[in-house]
Design a protein around this ligand. Structure first.
Ligand SMILES: Nc1ncnc2c1ncn2[C@@H]1O[C@H](COP(=O)(O)OP(=O)(O)OP(=O)(O)O)[C@@H](O)[C@H]1O
Length: 512
């Protein structure tokens, strides 16, 4: 560190640079509430001088966010200012101070205060007397010298978004959040990266950007898990926040109930006063006009008071059928993100994490074997894992590939029959007397489009291929087109006996 730049000054200058570089809202949300960093001299393994900058962050999701979004920039800025490499160390701040601050010791300044002192952001509470340079650089922090508890995100949030009155803390049953579905238990990967990042952002600063947040994807990919995680994160910061999770069907039945009783004021009071509404599977609103109207009202009321809305669906807003365009265009007005089926590495990570949580560590080769064979979604992966764990427990055998193969033999034998998408396309084309080439073509007449949809449905039913993979094999179609076909044919099959009979014949032919 240059002789004239003390630890406190280094941090202070770093903050000024960040304040100048980052959009104000980002700075205010993520950086400003942080307590002052501890800065100590150190030597790298090769003997070069460096500085170690330790930053305490109030909770896990903020820590993850700051690490992924800002850590390397902070290191670069501090290295430039110090004239030597700066290493940033992020750690969780203790929730309660272990030892009270000695009465006459000056507390370290939070970032907001540092900036106020420096005249960058003036405010009435600018604290006099900064931590001296040498006290920051002298030693590693001890509990007694630890910075004051940083301002919580709750304080931060309440500065930014008007929230509803807080005289009625909702109980777990009222907010319906499952406390085990958190960001900590959600394995990150390429497939959920965008959605997870956006969700983390909303959890840290609800009512701000990405409102509404619309998350879509196929079944069992973690949409429900992710929105519960946002609810849990916000409740951890603000236990009195008005958060509600519900499945779209619960909203529908609430509307019906209140319609029968003519108690629409109750419905309004319940939904319009929330800070965060998490609503799952909005495709269920299809064809429900009254529900759509009530949801529209709630939606407008919540956005007007900057409460946050997160929705999930099996398709993107424009792909929703029988939902008023007035609503679907609003669904799309914030941020729309997809969750994809997990890639191999992510499936392996999920298996290992879930097995660990069950107290049954899984060797990596076994996780790899299962992940290779179970590809559709995370729910099926969990099912396969349960089978393997149960098999190991009952047979008192250790978990290895041989055991996994035995436990999953039904599932594997289905795959071994090797029904290929090409085979399905050919069989269906023969059955409906169309050309195989029409399976990939862009032609739209019903005589061609319908067999194509049937083939897509069978491809999903009888193979392990994901929706995007199937779309690709049908002339590079989007996965939502396949999803639409799967839902349509699956739904019609329940009501149309002739179609059901045809599908039955096709299935038997293909299974051999
Ligand atoms: N990335 C992940 N890490 C850990 N668990 C996951 C992950 N993704 C999904 N899961 C788990 O997989 C199961 C299915 O996920 P979830 O219910 O959230 O799916 P979904 O996308 O909402 O599906 P559906 O549309 O069928 O409701 C849950 O038990 C969830 O905890």
């Amino acid at each position: 560190m240059s002789a004239d730049l003390s630890g406190a000054a280094l941090w202070q200058r770093g903050c000024e640079r960040l304040a100048a570089e980052l959009p104000e809202q980002q700075f205010n949300t993520w950086i400003r509430p942080l307590p002052a960093a501890e800065v100590v001299h150190m030597q790298e393994k090769n003997g070069d001088d460096a500085v170690l900058v330790s930053l305490r962050v109030p909770n896990r999701f903020k820590l993850d966010w700051i690490r992924s979004q800002y850590a390397s920039r902070i290191e670069t800025i501090l290295s430039e200012l110090a004239g030597k490499p700066a290493r940033l160390e992020l750690a969780l701040a203790p929730r309660e101070p272990i030892v009270p601050l000695p009465r006459n010791s000056a507390p370290a300044l939070g970032m907001g205060q540092v900036l106020q002192q420096h005249g960058l952001r003036s405010g009435p509470n600018a604290a006099p007397g900064a931590e001296t340079a040498s006290s920051a650089a002298r030693a590693r922090p001890t509990p007694a010298a630890a910075p004051m508890n940083p301002p919580t995100a709750a304080g931060l949030i309440s500065n930014m978004a008007p929230m509803a009155p807080q005289n009625l803390p909702p109980s777990a049953t009222r907010h319906r959040i499952n406390s085990s579905l958190t960001f900590d238990t959600l394995v990150p990967g390429r497939a959920n990266q965008m959605a997870r990042t956006a969700a983390l952002h909303v959890a840290g600063a609800p009512g701000q950007m990405y409102n509404p947040l619309f998350i879509y994807g196929g079944v069992g990919l973690g949409k429900t898990h992710l929105i519960h995680a946002v609810g849990n994160a916000l409740l951890k910061d603000r236990p009195d926040a008005r958060v509600l999770y519900l499945h779209a069907e619960q909203f529908i039945s609430d509307v019906v109930k209140n319609y029968q009783r003519k108690t629409f004021d109750e419905l309004k009071a319940k939904y319009h006063s929330l800070d965060l509404l998490l609503i799952d599977d909005v495709q269920f609103f299809a064809g429900k006009d009254r529900t759509q109207e009530e949801f529209f009202n709630a939606f407008e009321a919540l956005l007007a008071k900057r409460a946050h809305i997160i929705m999930t669906s099996d398709t993107y807003p424009k792909g929703l059928v029988d939902i008023d365009e007035r609503l679907t265009s609003r669904f799309d007005a914030g941020l729309t993100v997809a969750i994809e089926p997990p890639e191999l590495e992510m499936r392996v990570a999920i298996l290992i994490k879930k097995a660990d949580a069950e107290g049954a560590p899984m060797p990596e080769d076994v996780a790899f074997f299962i992940a290779k064979n179970v590809r559709a979604n995370v729910r099926e992966l969990e099912g396969a894992l349960r089978k393997v764990l149960a098999y190991s427990r009952f047979s008192h055998k250790e978990i290895n590939i041989q055991l996994a193969r035995e436990a999953l033999k039904d599932l594997l034998s289905i795959q071994n029959r090797q029904i290929s998408v090409e085979n399905i396309q050919k069989t269906v084309a023969d059955f409906y007397k169309i050309k195989v080439a029409d399976m990939y073509s862009k032609k739209r007449p019903a005589s061609i489009a319908r067999p194509r949809q049937i083939a897509m449905y069978l491809a999903k039913e009888l193979t392990q291929k994901s929706l995007p993979e199937i779309g690709e094999l049908f002339g590079g179609r989007d996965h939502t087109t396949v999803l639409h076909a799967v839902r349509k044919i699956g739904g019609e099959r329940q009501k149309n006996t002739e179609l059901n009979q045809q599908l039955h014949v096709l299935e038997q032919t293909l299974k051999g």
